[in-house]
Design a protein around this ligand. Structure first.
Ligand code: NAD
Length: 448
């Protein structure tokens, strides 16, 4: 099929590369010329495992090209995906300016017959607004352009695998025609014979990845409901962690036992310094705002955000309790990305913690295996060094903020020797407490 992908960021580039990988002809379009220049040279605008290989292979095969001209991504295409950013607006709702701009520009290109698919995360009922924009700006010259919703559930750090081996594919459509188009698009990767190149030995999904067909509004809501639920799980276990701290219980064991209940499941029950990234914070806030707007009690959702923001305070108080005075103390942060295997620092708890510690008068120094460039751009005042040992030198405490595998197996004896005071706050409950204590560290966990 001929596919356009509008917006080639974390979602759009993965979508474009993966659809080209399974055999479609894809044009990726973006407004950001710097990004396009990098892609033209075969370089990646951000770090995502396996994405560079897939993108270059598809470019070499002539199945993936990039452009800054929207017409190229729309004219004569069977399907065009909207993958532009939908950041938080000033009122907590989503800023859908880029989505609206795309709708207007698509209308102006007057495609003959095309399915325009929302893949960006949008508030429910955005599809209807796009339809109206197409009608207003497209006029009579436009052919059949139908709007559909196909929310994306990929996780940064395993995005290629998640796209090619999805837990589920949600198709929010208005007609059989739209459903057939999307089914045909995904057919190459839905079957149980499909092998993901990133994990060739992973077992196939029995019967293939499930496809759910809904109306557009339901599909839009599924994405926000899923993200809000996962965020709620994290805020819930963080509340349990605080209780554990008070009474001397171990949240890891509580979570493990809870997770053995099939109704609860173990994932997203890791207590720590909170969730971040470009999705959870803004999606929970937007869902909260949307519920308020339509007159639904949103207090449960609002509490999820409030609890998450307070994680930084919990971490600061733990450090204060041990170090007494924070002013003048040197505190080293291990990890800056909002989670491992990505260089994305958007809404990263580590950056919020660094800011808070500096406000308290502490000196901060940080290291991340992959997110140094993005973190330097996001936090120019933060001192970022090139390895964990420079972070530990003369430090009064370390904080594990991102559980990168390389940060879990450092030479703790060597680190302890160069620290002023061997205190470690395990902000992700991911370290081997006994090993650290044996090395002479004062170990602080989150609910352990
Ligand atoms: P991103 O910021 O990485 O990429 C967005 C891209 O859109 C940028 O390259 C930007 O230049 C481009 N863009 C913006 N306006 C444009 C326009 N008018 N025309 C053409 N290009 C334009 O964002 P992302 O992380 O890829 O997220 C995109 C959407 O997908 C968001 O709605 C997000 O919530 C959703 N989403 C993200 C993830 C994730 O893990 N990052 C997962 C699922 C869904």
């Amino acid at each position: 099929m001929h596919v356009g992908v509008i917006g080639t960021g974390h979602v759009g580039l993965v979508t474009a590369a993966c659809l080209a990988y399974v055999g479609h002809d894809v044009v990726g379009m973006d407004d950001d010329r710097r990004k396009l220049d990098l892609l033209a040279r075969g370089e990646m605008p951000f770090f995502e495992p396996s994405l560079a290989e897939l993108t270059r292979e598809a470019q070499r095969a002539g199945r993936l090209v990039f452009t800054c001209d929207l017409d190229d991504a729309v004219c004569d295409k069977d399907v065009a995906f909207i993958c532009v950013g939908t950041p938080s607006g000033s009122d907590g709702g989503l800023d859908l300016t880029a989505v609206e701009a795309v709708a207007r520009r698509v209308a102006a290109s007057r495609p003959r017959e095309m399915l325009l698919v929302e893949k960006s995360t949008v508030t429910a009922q955005t599809g209807a607004r796009i339809e109206r924009a197409l009608a207003v700006y497209g006029g009579r010259g436009m052919g059949r352009v139908e709007v559909a919703s196909n929310p994306e559930f990929l996780r940064e750090g395993s995005a290629v695998h998640d796209f090619l081996r999805p837990d589920r594919i949600v198709l929010g459509v208005r007609s059989d025609w739209a459903e057939e188009r999307l089914r045909a698009l995904y057919a190459p990767l839905v079957g149980d014979a499909f092998r993901c190149p990133t994990h060739p030995d992973c077992s196939p999904v029995p019967g293939g990845s499930p496809v759910m067909v809904t109306n557009v509004e339901t599909a839009e809501l599924i994405k926000h409901a899923s993200n809000a639920f996962l965020a709620a799980k994290i805020s819930f276990i963080n509340t349990v962690a605080d209780v554990c701290d008070r009474i001397g219980a171990d949240v890891r064991m509580v979570a493990q036992a809870m997770g053995l209940d099939a109704r609860i499941a173990p994932s997203f029950l890791q207590a720590g310094i909170g969730y971040g990234g470009s999705c959870f914070p803004k999606d929970v806030a937007a869902f909260t705002r949307f519920a308020e707007e339509i007159g639904i009690d949103s207090s449960l959702l609002a509490a999820v955000t409030r609890m998450n923001r307070a994680r930084v305070d919990v971490a600061v108080e733990k450090l204060r309790k041990t170090l007494w005075i924070l002013r003048g103390k040197r505190i080293g942060l291990l990890g800056l990305a909002f989670k491992p295997h990505t260089d994305d620092v958007r809404e990263a708890p580590a950056l919020a913690l660094a800011t808070r510690l500096r406000q308290e008068g502490a000196e901060t120094v940080a290291y991340d295996p992959h997110a140094r460039t993005t973190a330097r751009a996001a936090a120019p005042d933060l001192v970022i060094v090139d390895d964990a040992y420079q972070v530990a030198a003369e430090a009064d405490a370390l904080v594990l903020a991102t559980e990168w595998p390389e940060l879990l197996s450092l030479d703790w004896d060597a680190l302890k020797r160069i620290m002023r005071r061997p205190v470690i706050l395990d902000g992700r409950n991911a370290l081997d407490r006994e090993r650290l204590q044996a090395a002479g560290f004062e170990y602080l966990g989150m609910g352990r």
